[in-house]
Ligand binder design. Structure first.
Ligand SMILES: NC(=O)c1ccc[n+]([C@@H]2O[C@H](COP(=O)([O-])OP(=O)(O)OC[C@H]3O[C@@H](n4cnc5c(N)ncnc54)[C@H](O)[C@@H]3O)[C@@H](O)[C@H]2O)c1
Length: 354
């Protein structure tokens, strides 16, 4: 792998007002000397825009941070950003996320995840025009949802993922395919990251732990599927960001194949925790931490607000990531315990909403 120095570089982060994107920008400014980050986000209202604004406000303290409000699906904007700032590293996190929303709003997925990603690839390709050094590494978000209803666990990047069960998953798998073709044709070093459930402060309100919290706070009952005997991988956002920053610094090598043509400098990794947690344990810790942070009252009767229900059709009882490749190549190992991570979420929630 080729080592990439981040110091002094210009880095484009798409989806910079998003959950993972904003945390990544924060980390880059904290850890990397003389870095310039260009962030783009269309600030769409898929979830509470105040969250995106609050995240951006935190980033605005960095004088060299440039924020562009616009869509990656707008080719003119992307071309202009690449021509003006010449980013050397690109991290594409902008996307329409969520599996359920893709049933009612398919357009958003085609626009952001396919057209948007295609524009990023085209811009990377043209960054080498006229012998320019151009983009040294493109890192982009894929998703664990590409594994669909695969039965074999842990999920491995060697598994077949040709049977997506949602439009969201189909767009993410397509991103990997498009990246492969562009890496092969134009020698763009690219690394796709299949994220598994990421949680933390200022996280995404469409995710289960956040939805549970909103419901419990309003005195509603939460439903726990398969009587709580589901196992899922949860990764704390700081750990994920640590992994992304490590990946950014090592790009797949450009090598020539036997036919004299370049082999695609292309890689895909799982990025998750490799430690599936029982859903019922997760919810119990969440509830304890919500009480501790003062989101729920001291005498909260959790038993009265949880309903254990059977499995939903199509649900998979255990999903988690095989992360051996990420550990081998980048020394990545998440270290935040569920209790520590949920404590930070609960404290943030109290501060932000109450
Ligand atoms: N959080 C997770 O658990 C998880 C799991 C799997 C994959 N992912 C992927 O990781 C990436 C980041 O996820 P996140 O959790 O931070 O989600 P997020 O929704 O908080 O962040 C995505 C950001 O992209 C922006 N965006 C959407 N379409 C855009 C467009 N066309 N142009 C510009 N900006 C646009 C949104 O406004 C949002 O701020 C996404 O690609 C997502 O699919 C996340």
């Amino acid at each position: 792998m080729s080592k990439i120095e981040l110091k002094g570089k210009t880095i484009l982060v798409t989806g910079a007002a998003g959950f993972i994107g904003s945390n990544l920008v924060k980390r880059l400014y904290n850890d990397v000397k003389d870095v310039t980050v260009i962030g783009i986000d269309n600030m769409n209202d898929y979830y509470d825009v105040r969250l995106k604004e609050a995240r951006l406000e935190e980033l605005s303290v960095h004088p060299s941070f440039v924020f562009v409000r616009g869509s990656i699906a707008d080719k003119a904007i992307i071309t202009e950003i690449f021509e003006k700032y010449k980013p050397q590293i690109v991290v594409n996190l902008a996307a329409q996320a969520g599996v359920r929303y893709s049933i009612t709003n398919p357009d958003a997925y085609i626009e952001s995840n396919l057209i948007g990603f295609y524009n990023i690839l085209e811009a990377c390709r043209h960054s080498y025009d006229n012998g320019a050094t151009g983009v040294e590494h493109l890192v982009y978000a894929s998703s664990s949802s590409v594994y669909g209803s695969n039965k074999k666990v842990p999920y491995s990047t060697d598994d077949k993922v040709d049977n997506p069960v949602s439009l969201y998953a189909a767009t993410k798998k397509s991103n990997e395919l498009l990246a492969h073709a562009y890496s092969k044709l134009y020698n763009i070093p690219s690394t796709g990251l299949r994220f598994f459930t990421v949680y933390g402060p200022a996280g995404r309100p469409d995710m289960a732990y956040f939805g549970f919290t909103n419901k419990l706070r309003k005195g509603k009952t939460i439903q726990i599927f398969n009587y709580g005997n589901c196992k899922r991988d949860f990764t704390y956002v700081d750990d994920i960001v640590e992994g992304v920053v490590r990946v950014m610094q090592k790009a797949p090598d450009k090598v020539t194949g036997e036919d004299g043509l370049p082999l695609p400098p292309y890689a895909v990794y799982n990025i998750g925790n490799n430690q599936p947690e029982n859903l019922l344990d997760f919810v119990t810790i969440l509830q304890e931490e919500l009480i501790r942070a003062g989101v729920l009252p001291e005498d909260y009767d959790f038993e009265a607000h949880k309903e254990l229900v059977p499995m939903q059709p199509g649900d998979v009882p255990v999903t988690y990531a095989d992360t051996t490749a990420l550990e081998r190549d980048f020394g990545f190992k998440p270290s935040t315990s569920l209790r520590t991570g949920l404590r930070k979420f609960a404290e943030w929630y109290k501060e932000f909403y109450m």
